[in-house]
Design a protein around this ligand. Structure first.
Ligand SMILES: [Zn+2]
Length: 246
């Protein structure tokens, strides 16, 4: 994957940018702190302002072109004209939405760490982190008591209480391949960067795994975590539904 601006500057929520292309209901910008989503994580939302006019942006569509990706910022009003969008605009990321998604996403890593440890290398087969503070993860688990999965809620909340540092580090794809366990997902593993590195999210002393999403910088920033439901999805999969409380 490309290295996103929101990876390089996770606390950048407002900046100027230039319009490089437009169409009805969307503009493409030369730079953006928006996360486009991916790997099951919903993308950022926010606004773009130009000459005193503000439009709501509901997400990013990435369009590959021979000269690089176009990042279309899609407006909530699909009919919105863009003739007033020329040159400089101000991009603002919705901070509450980002925090809600990053919190739950970070806690999904913590949950994943405990499942991986408790059930001997069980991998993720699917994941979804939504904008409303709910999410789910599917694991390749069979023949286990669902109460053992439910019991993982307590250690996840314990990690929130301990306030562990969370940071992104980059390692070579070769190095990552030599250490089993860094890539936990069968379906949503991020591709390496163009120079062959893999982005890992390190939760101090607990977990390290490849991911391209948005995360907290400390587990203490997360609201309490709740496992809301466990479902059997076929013979070899369990779905854990969860939410941030508050
Ligand atoms: Zn992640």
């Amino acid at each position: 994957m490309a290295i996103y601006l929101c990876h390089e500057q996770p606390d950048l929520y407002e900046h100027s940018a230039n319009v490089v292309a437009h169409r009805t209901g969307a503009v493409a910008l030369d730079r953006s702190a928006f996360h486009p989503g991916g790997g099951g994580q919903v993308g950022d939302i926010g606004t773009i302002e130009s000459g005193g006019t503000v439009v709501v942006v509901t997400g990013i569509e990435v369009e590959p072109t021979p000269s690089g990706d176009l990042w279309w910022h899609v407006f909530s009003d699909p009919e919105a004209g863009v003739s007033f969008f020329d040159g400089d605009v101000v991009v603002r990321v919705d901070v509450e939405h980002r925090h809600r998604v990053a919190s739950l996403h970070t806690m999904s890593h913590v949950l994943n760490a405990f499942v991986f440890e408790e059930f001997e290398g069980s991998l993720v087969t699917g994941a979804s982190i939504n904008g409303d503070g709910t999410g789910r993860m599917d694991f390749d688990l069979s023949a286990i008591d669902n109460d053992r999965l439910r019991a993982l809620e307590a250690p996840v909340n314990d990690v929130i209480g301990r306030g562990l540092a969370v940071e992104a580090v980059y390692v070579s794809a070769d190095e990552a391949a030599s250490k089993p366990g860094l890539v936990r997902s069968l379906s949503v593993a991020p591709p390496p960067t163009p120079d062959g590195r893999l982005r890992l999210i390190d939760i101090d002393g607990l977990d390290r795994q490849a991911c391209g999403g948005t995360h907290l910088s400390n587990t203490a920033e997360s609201p309490p975590f709740k496992i809301t439901k466990i479902e059997n999805k076929g013979k070899h999969n369990r779905r854990i539904r969860f939410a941030s409380i508050g």
